[in-house]
Design a binder for this molecule. Structure first.
Ligand SMILES: *Cc1c(COP(=O)(O)O)cnc(C)c1O
Length: 419
């Protein structure tokens, strides 16, 4: 019996899934965690992924927790969710975005999703058709590539330019697009680069997309998490220049990625998307996939309306301090080069100067040895299409961050080339 099953399984192993998990952040981090020396008495320092919810300083707002409890206790949300989400939640998200838009979104423009990840799944699936392609930034949040590959949607990369504050290489973008290009993706504030696009740059992106006849998918999961002087501007500002799908979630701003509440919003005051029936496709998709738990949806209006500014400013304050520490310590290390101090999100990209390092051939080897010798996890850039770069998160407890950077420095010193 066992051998029959084993034989069938080996034969039918879904290669798409195996391939996808190899390039996702989770897949690589699992590999790095497996490389940790179990005998190291020091705690493992997780600078590989952006989930600070485990640290006491990053506990979510009490009003947000209360909102969930109240929604649950009300017994109003024990039912199945309507497709696209319960009306009060859709309305609250429309209002949340309307705050800074020159036109008004309606609840019908909003779809609730299981985190921002499902919003990505929905929009990519709706776009996928034989021959079509989409344009993704390099570096990108690798779930885009993993999922596009999974549904056989062709993607092409345009570069973000480190020497230009990680702005989009708009000339390259134009050269990449053809008549089968349907959409481009931007992530702003940026993961993994920590960049924040200016109003002027977003406007140029909108105008370029309009010229190319493509829509813009704007991943704003780090919306309002800005640490420098460049303010966060919604891509939806340019919805009348070009149709925009805005993606967001509670995961990062409220530091509750486990709550799995996200949204997909059509910012399209000209009604172009409606005519194309894209929104009907979204509903059809959501009809066959799970929704966020209904009581979590029920909590959305209270969370969005009642979270006080002092919660957000406390978190921004910690992240600002963290990014200062991170940037200053990295500047002291000649082995790592940081082209731009992050202005948003929770990450910094640094380039390895391999010519100064002995017995390390690339970013993967650096990360594997760092995990083994120092119990520090960082994400190899090759996961994000940036070979010999690293992505480091600074969204951890400050003492943990300092300890982690100290260990990275000790590691580099030990592996430094003698000259
Ligand atoms: C974390 C993240 C997501 C996923 O968000 P969830 O709400 O946890 O699903 C999507 N896009 C980017 C750029 C992210 O960093």
């Amino acid at each position: 019996m066992e051998s029959i099953i084993a034989k069938k399984w080996a034969f039918q192993n879904n290669q798409d899934l195996t391939n996808a998990s190899g390039i996702t952040i989770k897949g690589v981090l699992t590999k790095l965690m497996d490389n940790i020396n179990k005998d190291d008495p020091r705690p493992t320092i997780p600078l590989g992924r952006g989930d600070p919810s485990v640290f006491p300083s990053f506990r979510t707002a009490t009003v947000a927790e209360d909102a969930v409890v109240n929604a649950l206790r009300s017994a109003n949300y024990n039912c199945y969710s309507p497709t696209g989400g319960v009306l009060p939640a859709r309305r609250a998200i429309a209002n949340y975005l309307n705050h800074h838009l020159p036109y008004e979104l309606s609840p019908d423009d909003v779809y609730l999703t299981v985190g921002c990840k499902q919003a990505i799944q929905v929009i990519l699936t709706v776009l996928a058709r034989p021959g079509a392609n989409i344009l993704l930034p390099r570096p990108c949040y690798p779930f885009y590539e993993a999922f596009a590959e999974h549904i056989h949607l062709e993607f092409r990369h345009f570069d973000l330019l480190p020497e230009k504050n990680w702005e989009v290489d708009l000339d390259a973008l134009e050269a990449l697009a053809d008549e089968n290009t349907l959409a481009m993706v931007i992530i702003n504030p940026g993961n993994p680069c920590g960049n924040v696009f200016t109003y002027q740059h977003l406007q140029k992106i909108a105008e370029t997309a309009r010229k190319l006849g493509i829509i813009v998918i704007s991943d704003e999961v780090y919306g309002y998490l800005t640490l420098g002087t460049t303010p966060y501007v919604q891509m939806g500002m340019f919805g009348s220049v070009v149709p925009v799908f805005t993606l967001g979630s509670m995961s990062k701003r409220w530091i509750v990625p486990g709550w799995r509440v996200g949204w997909l919003v059509a910012c399209d005051p000209s009604g172009i998307l409606k005519k194309l029936e894209i929104c009907d496709c979204i509903k059809s998709y959501l009809n066959i996939f799970p929704n966020p738990a209904t009581f979590m949806q029920g909590a959305v209006p209270q969370i969005l309306e009642n979270t006080k500014e002092d919660f957000f400013s406390k978190i921004i304050g910690i992240l600002r301090e963290a990014v200062d520490i991170c940037y200053d310590k990295i500047k002291e290390m000649p082995w790592l080069v940081c082209p731009k101090k992050p202005e948003g999100s929770m990450f910094v990209m640094v380039k390895l100067n391999l010519s100064l390092l002995e017995d390390i051939k690339d970013d993967m080897e650096f990360s594997l040895k760092l995990a083994k010798e120092e119990s520090v996890i960082v994400l190899p850039g090759s996961t994000l299409g940036m070979k010999n770069w690293l992505r480091i998160t600074f969204a951890v407890e400050l003492s943990t961050l300092e300890d982690g950077l100290r260990r990275i420095k000790a590691f580099c010193q030990r592996h430094a080339k003698m000259n």
